[in-house]
Structures are given as C-alpha cells and as structure tokens.
Design a binder for this molecule. Structure first.
Ligand SMILES: [Zn+2]
Length: 271
C-alpha cells in the first residue's frame, strides 16, 4: 500500500513538465462508478470538463490536483495507480476506473485492481482533509509539540503513528523502520515515552521518509516507479534475519491487527 514516500514519488512525476500541469480536461470517462467518492458520475463529468490543471500537490497519502475552480483528490489505498499516456497504450487497461482526456490528446488514467481507491472532486479540500493530522515534515511540528501530542495518549505507539488523524502519511513500512531507529518497542504506550526518545522518534520518522522519497519509495505490495527502498529495510519483513545493529534475530508480532517487525534487543518492551 502506498505511503507518503510512494505518493510523493507519484506527485513529483505528475508535476514534471509536460505531464499534466497546464493541460485542460476536455472529457472524462467513469468506468467504475464507486471509484468516485463525490460527486456522482454525471455531475463529475459536467463539472470537470473545461477545467485546467494548475498544480499537483500531496497531503498525507492524498494526491491533490488543483484545477481552475475545484480540487481533484485521489487516494490510492491498496492498489491504485496513475498513468499518463498519449496514443496507444500497451499496458493492461482492464482495471482503469476513471480517465481524464486532455486538450493535447494525452490522457490520465486512474487504475485500481482492488477498487479501494477513491477520487473526490470538491470546491474545498478541507471537506476531505478536516481530520487529518499534521504533515511529518511540517516545521510547526516541533519536538516539543510532538512530545505533547504523544504524552496525551495512552495508546500503543505503533497504531497511534498509523492513525492519520494523529499524523498524516505514515503506513506500516515507515512506522516499523522509524520505531527501530528510535529504539522504541511498538507496543509502548505513547505517554510513557520520554522526551529525548520522542525527539529521536520524530527525527527517525523524517529520516526514514526522506530516505524513502530519495529512493522513489518501496516497490513492495505495490510494484511501480522503480522505487528501491525495499532493499534498504532495517526491520520491515526481515523477521528471522539478523539485526544489522546487534545481530539478534528480528521478530514479527501483530500490533493493532498489523504485522509488525522489530528487534527484541534494540527495542526492549517497556517495563
Ligand atoms: Zn538489534
């Protein structure tokens, strides 16, 4: 499932010159109605026609496409992907769900095998983003504020970091990697983590996400973009292998229904 670095990689691709920015949508095709969260297909097609793409951005795991008078938001969820093409396509188009046709003859296709992805066409993105927590890289998210946010919660640290209302963008891979770097056991109650450790965790999160972005994301569960972060995992899906730091055998456990990978020696359970 794409997390912040994978979505950021797609956004940077879409933002590149002559991809979609500055193009005008002359037609749209909705091939799977439920890919649209709002509005209904007919209204979507009427509203989006004639709008020009002004900018492409990211908020949490959402792709944000700013149009002349509205915003198009895309959440890829489990298997969503985006292709921009002109002329004949030689990929499998069976799972294309929504297609936008541009004035230069090219088109953008939202492809989604498992159909969990969603698209919103809205006047104000806040309607969708209302409850999203801060971006991990936001400057206003200082170590002090991060500590206070954690200190207010008795929840286990891993599910809390995955909660998009706590912080936007984290998923299973980057959470496991961050907790390893900060030497925090995944089940530690958030309010029991000392300030020094929370500061270390915030910098670990930023380090791991930056590394993921630099490597164009991870190509695991989700095979695209040539990302190779999966070759640099320290703990994720390495259970049974040796910890690079201490040599102990890495373990896997289930925390908040998610497979969780950690080093029992580097990340001791809080007493
Ligand atoms: Zn270790």
């Amino acid at each position: 499932m794409p997390e912040l670095p994978e979505v950021e990689t797609i956004v940077r691709g879409l933002r590149a010159a002559n991809t979609i920015v500055e193009k005008t949508i002359i037609n749209s095709r909705v091939l799977w109605q439920r890919s649209l969260a709002v509005p209904l297909p007919l209204e979507f097609q009427q509203l989006i026609k004639g709008q020009k793409i002004l900018a492409v951005d990211r908020r949490g795991k959402y792709i944000v496409i700013k149009l002349t008078s509205q915003s198009l938001l895309i959440h890829l969820r489990m298997s969503g992907d985006i292709f921009v093409e002109s002329g004949e396509s030689n990929r499998n188009q069976k799972h294309d769900r929504v297609i936008l046709d541009f004035d230069d003859g090219s088109r953008m296709s939202f492809n989604d095998t498992r159909k969990f992805g969603r698209i919103w066409l809205v006047d104000d993105p806040k309607i969708v983003f209302g409850k999203l927590g801060p971006e991990p890289f936001e400057e206003s998210l200082t170590p002090e504020i991060f500590f206070e946010k954690l200190n207010r919660s008795k929840r286990q640290i891993k599910p809390l970091l995955l909660d998009q209302t706590f912080m936007a963008g984290m998923g299973n891979i980057y959470t496991d990697e961050s907790l390893f770097i900060a030497s925090i056991h995944p089940t530690t109650p958030a309010n029991l983590i000392l300030f020094e450790k929370t500061a270390l965790l915030l910098s670990a999160i930023r380090e791991v996400l930056s590394e993921g972005i630099k490597r164009n994301g991870a190509s695991i569960d989700w095979v695209y973009r040539g990302g190779d972060f999966q070759n640099h995992f320290k703990v994720y899906q390495r259970d049974g292998e040796a910890c690079h730091r201490c040599g102990a055998i890495l373990q896997r456990m289930v925390v908040g229904q998610r497979g969780t990978h950690f080093c029992p020696y580097c990340q001791p359970k809080a007493a």
